[in-house]
Design a protein around this ligand. Structure first.
Ligand SMILES: Nc1ncnc2c1ncn2[C@@H]1O[C@H](COP(=O)(O)OP(=O)(O)OP(=O)(O)O)[C@@H](O)[C@H]1O
Ligand SMILES: C[C@@](O)(CCO)CC(=O)[O-]
Ligand SMILES: [Mg+2]
Length: 328
């Protein structure tokens, strides 16, 4: 048995635009996914995921198409639910050369699914780390991050950045621009998260932005503007200027709205945070529904969000200094 855990993340700035080569700054947070793997010699993949439910059923499946969960949901929903883990195991087979190996995989996660806190990257990073170690191979963090990126790239139809997976693998605050990924220093960032209980499908939301960008020059310009904003944000980070960081987060949310990835409940939570005196607030991750992140050193934003209609949960998130963690 081998067990690894990896953290989720929030984006201080730059989601979506990072897919087109602009810089982004995600920060790992202390919500983790824990993945246990046991080698199987029959080549099958059996996945038990308590937090993943379809039609009210906890998902448990074996990795052959004729042996999928017996629930009455569409093929697309089923593949959205299972493809990150399936592809992570494909990457493990490729990197170890053990093409026919199977695994029992059990996933427990603190990270809400599809809510912009990087649940997919955390599950994929922890799964690849645990499954390779189960086969006697220890990947360096950079190679682990690369394999996890390839997993997201495959699942998201060739449209993914290295940001979520690198951040989850290494922990801390990171800066990603294309294939240049590095850890950066950050001041103490008082993150508050609001969660609307919903989810968005990253693959679909990324595809929506791609279409908009192909259709309209101003959408392409908006993506480039996000890049300019991130570069300004890096100076504010280096200076520890929380007020300016907050202002740039507000600006970033507006640009993400323009790209069509916000939602009524995300906007409502963003405004509730601003009204409560947050330094800034924006959606985090792919959007469509899920979470916002605000900066507020006082308790006001968390309290206001907890009374905001449509906000199901409000909590503070600490920066996770450690990325992937080997538990057993
Ligand atoms: N606890 C889990 N158990 C099994 N699979 C999970 C789990 N958490 C996430 N996943 C996989 O990740 C998918 C959600 O990934 P998606 O990229 O859409 O959202 P996210 O990573 O939470 O948000 P974002 O990418 O915006 O930060 C799920 O549909 C599932 O395939
Ligand atoms: C929307 C996106 O930028 C972040 C999702 O958390 C997609 C990606 O970078 O792969
Ligand atoms: Mg994801």
């Amino acid at each position: 048995m081998t067990v690894s855990s990896a953290p989720g993340k929030v984006y201080l700035f730059g989601e979506h635009a990072v897919v087109y080569g602009e810089p982004a700054v995600p920060c790992a947070i202390e919500l983790r996914a824990r993945v246990e793997v046991n080698r199987r010699d029959d080549g099958k993949l059996r996945v038990h995921a308590e937090d993943l439910s379809l039609d009210g059923f906890t998902v448990e499946y074996s990795g052959t198409t004729d042996d999928r969960p017996d629930v009455n949901v569409s093929e697309s929903l089923l593949s959205a639910a299972t493809e990150y883990v399936d592809e992570a195991i494909e990457q493990v087979r490729a990197v170890t050369g053990e093409d026919d190996v199977g695994f029992d995989v059990t996933i427990e996660s603190d990270i809400p699914l599809g809510a912009g806190l990087g649940s997919s990257a955390a599950v994929v990073v922890a799964a690849i780390d645990a499954a390779t170690r189960e086969l006697g191979t220890t990947l360096e963090p950079v190679e682990l991050a690369e394999r996890a990126y390839r997993t997201e790239y495959e699942v998201q139809d060739g449209q993914a950045s290295r940001a979520d997976t690198f951040c989850s693998a290494t922990g801390g605050a990171v800066r990603v621009e294309g294939d240049d990924c590095r850890s950066i220093d950050a001041p103490d960032l008082p993150f508050v998260i609001g969660f609307d209980g919903g989810a968005g499908d990253t693959g679909q939301l990324v595809a929506g932005v791609r279409t908009l960008r192909e259709e309209y020059d101003f959408a392409e310009d908006t993506v480039e503007t996000v890049g300019d904003l991130v570069r300004a944000g890096e100076d504010a980070l280096a200076d520890g200027d929380l007020e300016e960081l907050g202002q740039l987060m507000d600006f970033n949310h507006g640009l993400l709205s323009a790209l069509g990835v916000s939602s009524r409940s995300l906007d409502r939570m963003v405004w509730a945070a601003r009204d409560a005196g947050a330094l800034g607030a924006k959606l985090t991750g792919a959007g469509g529904g899920g979470c916002i992140v605000a900066l507020d050193p006082t308790p006001e934003t968390e309290t206001a969000l907890s009374f905001t209609p449509g906000c199901e949960d409000a909590f503070r998130a600490e920066l996770a200094e450690e990325g992937v963690r080997q538990l057993e």
